[in-house]
Design a protein around this ligand. Structure first.
Ligand SMILES: NC(=O)c1ccc[n+]([C@@H]2O[C@H](COP(=O)([O-])OP(=O)(O)OC[C@H]3O[C@@H](n4cnc5c(N)ncnc54)[C@H](OP(=O)(O)O)[C@@H]3O)[C@@H](O)[C@H]2O)c1
Length: 262
């Protein structure tokens, strides 16, 4: 059992159970379903929360196909696999599916391409599922946080992903391109890590609301503060031509701004 699971066991009710599940493996998800069924007793399953996610690949050109596949397998197909397995149980309770997606599912940000692809597909899955399952009165809720501080988007994780790209670039395209990329991209990783909000409770509050409110929202967009929420809303709705121009300016300024965040 991991440290986190141990801590949860200590701090939660005696009825709380943990189970290791690999959402990329059918048999692991199937075992989890059997475990839940066995332990439900007379209760019904009320909700599943699809939270698993990974991040790989900074530069689209140098990211291996296998890394794209890994990200899609966890972030998108993992959600599909778990949801398909548990839907028969949720149908009995007319319960809920809560999918932890991302703002990257609505806004295509450069340098997190595999992640963005996976989250766009996950948002699509979530929205289609909501409309399909309406016939059974099962609610399907999408949680789409902006950047929050977690191991996934720490400076170390992003730096490691960039390092992997650097190795692939060495073998695939030994050229001055890499130098140019690195000058622009490395500061962006410092900026993302620095602007990520430490208020992770805003995400867990959204999860709690999604699971427990009688009339939950279809989409929750937890943000670090109201200014960031407005910023991301504008980024989401402005025409691509303006967003592209804005991002061009930000990327151009990144080498200077990045130094401020180091
Ligand atoms: N942090 C952000 O800024 C942010 C923003 C928007 C959305 N999100 C989303 O929020 C969710 C949680 O991410 P986080 O920020 O809390 O990052 P995190 O701390 O790295 O959590 C990722 C979780 O996914 C689990 N996981 C990874 N691969 C798995 C697999 N194959 N099977 C089962 N579980 C797997 C990990 O389990 P192990 O620890 O056992 O590996 C870990 O618990 C993700 O879906 C992420 O995309 C995060």
């Amino acid at each position: 059992m991991s440290g986190g699971a141990d801590e949860l066991k200590r701090s939660c009710s005696e009825r709380f159970c943990t189970l290791h599940v690999d959402v990329t493996q059918d048999d692991s998800v199937q075992k989890a379903k059997e475990f839940v069924e066995k332990n439900l007793g007379k209760c019904e399953l009320w909700a599943i929360v699809n939270n698993a996610g990974i991040y790989k690949g900074v530069i689209a050109e140098y990211t291996k196909i296998s890394d794209y596949q890994d990200v899609l397998d966890v972030n998108t197909l993992g959600q599909v696999r778990v949801t398909k397995a548990f839907l028969p149980l949720l149908r009995k309770s007319t319960g809920r599916v809560v999918n932890v997606n991302s703002i990257a599912g609505r806004i295509s940000l450069a340098h997190i391409t595999p992640y963005t692809m996976s989250k766009c597909a996950a948002v699509g899955f979530t929205e289609c599922l909501r409309r399909e399952l309406d016939a059974w009165r099962i609610k399907v809720i999408s949680i789409e946080p902006e950047f929050f501080k977690s191991p996934m988007n720490s400076y170390e994780t992003m730096d490691k992903a960039l390092e992997i790209n650097r190795k692939d670039a060495d073998t695939e395209a030994k050229s001055s391109q890499w130098q140019q990329y690195e000058e622009r991209v490395k500061p962006m990783t410092s900026i993302v890590s620095a602007i990520s909000s430490p208020k992770m409770w805003r995400v867990t509050n959204a999860m709690e609301a999604a699971v427990s409110m009688e009339h939950p929202c279809s989409v929750y967009v937890p943000a670090g503060n109201v200014v960031k929420r407005i910023f991301w809303y504008i980024v989401e709705i402005i025409p691509a031509i303006f967003l592209d121009a804005g991002l061009r300016v930000i990327h151009g300024m990144a080498p200077f701004v990045g130094r401020l965040f180091k």
